[in-house]
Design a protein around this ligand. Structure first.
Ligand code: ASP
Length: 450
């Protein structure tokens, strides 16, 4: 049994949905299908989820929203017309949106219900289309399927009892189409996962039904070992481990949602990334263990938008609770930290710039000064993290040497290095404007030179 998840670009138009239907028809093991909302049809197109968020914002500002609603309805009308199926979904969306706006739910819950309309409607459209092709298919609402989640709008977490409920899907003798991206709280409220969360639904469902394979259909042939917008036609990764994928998706590999790995990983279900536009291609398979490879490095990832708060104090190493107090200050401002490289008398806390407002930053700095009495506190902005990832790197020899050599060749100064806490990666902090040349040199040294 396979669970097949189709991402936004795979369901963006009638033409794409025809490819999806063909993929489903081609393999009778594809019994459970999870879908995103229609994504972009061309590069400056707008995803339906973004259109729904804009619609909600307009409604909340008490401004006329009918024009925006019409754009969404037109997207679905175009799809149903071209597929030659009934247009009932258009009225369903219209009345659904009005119902959400009129409900007594909190703003956050209303927004979640609105955002989920894209996935929900598309799942109905796809199941109607599969039926029109003569397949036994049915739409299944996540509540009925058993996807129970925490009561945290926009950031749902799966509740463990969901897995047993989902197992019942195995008994169904038909193709089940489930909308991705949302579940229901125990009080029956619709709650969405974080953005891009249809991958999470797919993974949860695959774990629940104990699928043999979770196929994640997207618009690339495979995971590449480096960002193809930085290096032209980089090598494809044919297989990698969950750990490696986790590290790569943490730092910029957006092919697969990082939260989506957990359910598949725990249930040990292989995940295959495939291209809807080239389903015969090999794709990339993610598994728990793989054979040792001649090259211990599988990929190089980079992400920008980090800042570092650097604190130094003579004899910091002997001061009990220094790190705890520092992190508590961040905690109090609701800021999670990414890394804390440290020396004997210094510590840096790396955080995502997007989490910090000017006010929060000012409060944090003044509390550090008051409560920790440091010698210096400085904030460094515009940092990027580059991760060189691969299982087996911890026992390799000369890998850090190779990496630092690449930075030297790129004429880039390394601000921070971290190897050791992770068995599968080396991390480097550099200035954001130096990412491209660094990644190119790293790719060259690890993948082009033997
Ligand atoms: N449609 C949602 C989003 O754009 C979820 C997804 O596509 O996976 O975030």
């Amino acid at each position: 049994m396979k669970v097949a998840k189709f991402g936004g670009s795979s369901v963006a138009s009638a033409e794409q949905l025809q490819k999806v239907a063909k993929i489903i028809q081609d393999d009778k093991d594809r019994k459970v299908v999870v879908v995103s909302a229609p994504g972009k049809r061309f590069s400056d197109d707008v995803k339906v989820t973004d259109l729904l968020i804009q619609l909600g914002d307009t409604y909340l500002k008490d401004e006329p929203y009918q024009g925006q609603l019409k754009v969404i309805l037109d997207r679905f009308r175009e799809i149903t017309t071209e597929l030659g199926i009934s247009e009932t979904i258009i009225d369903e969306i219209k009345t659904g949106v009005e119902r959400i706006f009129a409900s007594d739910d909190s703003v956050a819950l209303k927004m979640d219900a609105l955002k989920a309309t894209g996935e929900d409607s598309l799942a109905k459209v796809l199941s109607a289309y599969l039926q029109s092709l003569g397949l036994k298919a049915t739409y299944l609402n996540p509540q009925e399927a058993g996807i129970l989640v925490s009561d945290t709008p926009g950031n749902a977490q799966i509740l463990s009892e969901s897995y047993d409920l989902l197992y019942r899907l195995r008994e169904r003798d038909e193709i089940v189409v489930i909308p991705g991206f949302f579940g229901y709280s125990k009080t029956g409220k619709l709650v969405t996962f974080s953005r891009g969360g249809s991958d999470i639904t797919g993974s949860i469902v695959a774990a629940g039904v104990r699928a043999d394979l979770y196929e994640n259909f997207t618009d690339v042939d495979s995971v590449y070992c480096v960002n193809p917008t930085i290096v032209d036609q980089p090598k494809q990764i044919t297989s990698l481990t969950y750990k490696e994928m986790r590290e790569l998706s943490y730092a910029g590999f957006s092919v697969f949602h990082d939260e989506a790995l957990i359910p598949a990983f725990k249930a040990d279900i292989p995940v295959c990334i495939k291209n809807t536009n080239n389903p015969k291609g090999m794709g990339t398979i993610i598994v728990s263990k793989k054979e040792p490879q001649p090259n211990p490095v599988v990929g190089i990832a980079s992400d920008t938008g980090f800042i570092s708060i650097y604190v130094s104090k003579y004899l910091m190493n002997r001061e009990l609770g220094f790190g705890r107090k520092l992190l508590t200050i961040l905690d109090d401002e609701d800021i999670s930290f990414e890394h804390t490289p440290s020396g004997i008398d210094d510590i840096s806390v790396i955080i995502r710039e997007s989490l910090l407002t000017e006010e929060k930053e000012a409060r944090i700095i003044s509390r550090i000064k008051e409560e920790l009495d440091p010698d210096t506190v400085t904030v460094e902005r515009d940092l990027a993290l580059i991760m060189v990832v691969g299982e087996g790197m911890d026992s390799g020899i000369g890998l850090a040497d190779k990496a630092t050599h690449a930075f030297t060749k790129a004429n880039v100064s390394i601000k921070m290095m971290n190897q050791g806490s992770s068995e599968v990666s080396m991390m480097f902090g550099i200035k954001s404007n130096k990412v491209n040349e660094s990644v190119k040199e790293l790719y060259h040294i690890f993948f082009e030179v033997n």
